[in-house]
Every structure is written in C-alpha cells, then in structure tokens.
Design a protein around this ligand. Structure first.
Ligand code: PRP
Ligand code: MG
Length: 237
C-alpha cells in the first residue's frame, strides 16, 4: 500500500524570499487631496481609485511596485504605523500629540494640512483669562482627550472630557460641555455653529511617520521613501 506523501512546497534558498510591498498609510479626506501632488513628485502616486470617492477598496497599488497605500482615518494612521502593520504613514502633528507612540519616528514635516488645535466656546460667553485662572474644573468636548487634559492640567484645571469623534461643535449648544477643543482651519465650522476660537493650543501640519522597528529591519527601503519625500519637498522650496 502506498502512503500518501505530504504536498511539499519547494524551499527557497535563504535570502531569496520575495519581500512584501511596503505599506504607506494615508488619512482619507482633505489631507489625502492635499498630499497627492507631493506623492506624485515622490514617485508614490496611488492608483486613481484611491483618490476618488467611489471605491470601497482600502488598499491600493502606487507608481512604485514596492509600495502599496492604505486609506484609513487620520487617528488610525498612527495606530497602523505604531503596530508595524504599515511601515510608513502621513498624519497630522495633532494625532502624534494625542497618542505620543514611542514606536513612531517622525522625520519630516511635510508642511501641508496647516491648521491648529484650538479651544472654542459659544459667542455668547465672555472670554476672560483671569476668570479661567480661578477655575478648578471645566467640561470640554473633544476628540483629543490627552491634549485637552494636559493643556488644562498645566493651568491647574481638571478637564472633564466628553469624548466625541466628530461634530463636537454641537456639544455646547446641546448642553454637553462649556467648551470644545478641535481642529480649526478656515474657522467656518465654528462660525456656522455660533462658536469662536478663544485660545490656540498648537499649530499643526502633516508629518511623514515611520515605524522604528521597520527602520532597523528594512533600512534601505525606508530611507528611499524618506529621501524621495525630502527631494520632493526641496524641489518645492
Ligand atoms: C474638521 C474639524 C472641524 C473642521 C475645521 O472636521 O473637526 O470641525 O474640520 O475646519 P474649518 O475651520 O475649515 O471649518 P471634519 O470636517 O474633518 O469632520 P469631523 O470633525 O466630523 O471628523
Ligand atoms: Mg469636525
């Protein structure tokens, strides 16, 4: 009787294994549109369906056969890169301030997506810094709980956070909080919702970010990506 043999795969000699493409995580929405010209200059333009709104795909090839792009929420760019699922990414300094992941190295300021993290409150409330100095507590709605707590703690104020993921402009008018802490670009969302900016916490631009382990295990490929962004930035300077 013949014994069935296992279906053995040919073994590749060590060192000849094909490398999986590098993964570049990009934030969907306005930053993706703003970063597209830079991606083209860096030779990393994703396929057209990445930039349109019709595709339900989340992973796309780029001009470079060794690099794929994934399209995720801006906060999740940092999580994908910190975990090593993506080796590189582009995300706002706001996200890095919120998470402060030790696994992430941010070698380049891309100078795009300029905006600020600010405190805003209803137009109807006065803004008196001397009054703030007397507060011990404040309730704030935000998608940046860590940034908000840190900012107020440095002023001796305990921030009670209402953690929202969007549309926090609604929180004061619906009685959830006195203040909001959110990104401000043109200011039109605040104006449209009866709010005004009263303090700026930080100015924000988008950064190229890298997983520190990938920098050690795939140094040539990571350096090539960093250098292609650096060259594209210098060409625009
Ligand atoms: C962002 C941010 C503000 C707005 C600021 O919201 O949270 O609401 O943009 O831009 P502006 O100053 O130019 O009006 P986004 O549209 O990304 O939606 P979300 O907060 O619901 O995620
Ligand atoms: Mg918003």
């Amino acid at each position: 009787m013949t014994v069935p043999q296992p279906d053995l795969q040919p073994v590749r000699p060590l060192g000849t294994e094909e490398r999986a493409p590098m993964v570049l995580a990009l934030p969907k929405g306005r930053i993706l549109k703003a970063v597209t010209p830079l991606l083209k200059q860096a030779g990393l333009a994703p396929s057209d369906d990445c930039l349109g709104d019709n595709s339900r795909k989340l992973r796309f090839p780029t001009q470079d056969p060794c690099v794929d792009v994934v399209r995720v929420r801006s906060f999740d760019v940092a999580t994908f890169v910190a975990s090593g699922g993506a080796q590189v990414g582009i995300c706002g300094a706001d996200v890095l301030m919120e998470f402060d992941y030790p696994e992430i190295y941010a070698p380049l300021d891309l100078g795009i997506g300029a905006c600020r993290i600010s405190i805003a409150q209803p137009n109807t409330l006065p803004h008196d810094p001397a009054e703030w100095a007397r507060w011990s507590e404040v309730r704030a709605a935000t998608k940046y709980p860590a940034v908000t707590r840190r900012y107020f703690a440095a002023r001796g104020i305990n921030a009670n956070i209402v953690h929202l993921h969007g549309a926090m402009e609604l929180a004061p008018m619906l009685g959830l909080s006195r203040l909001i802490v959110d990104l401000v670009d043109t200011g039109s969302t605040l104006r449209a919702n009866g709010l005004r900016e009263v303090e700026t916490i930080a100015h924000v631009t988008s950064r190229l970010i890298v997983n520190r382990t990938a920098l050690k295990t795939r140094p040539e490929e990571i350096s090539a990506i960093i250098n292609s962004f650096r060259t594209a930035l210098e060409a625009n300077a």
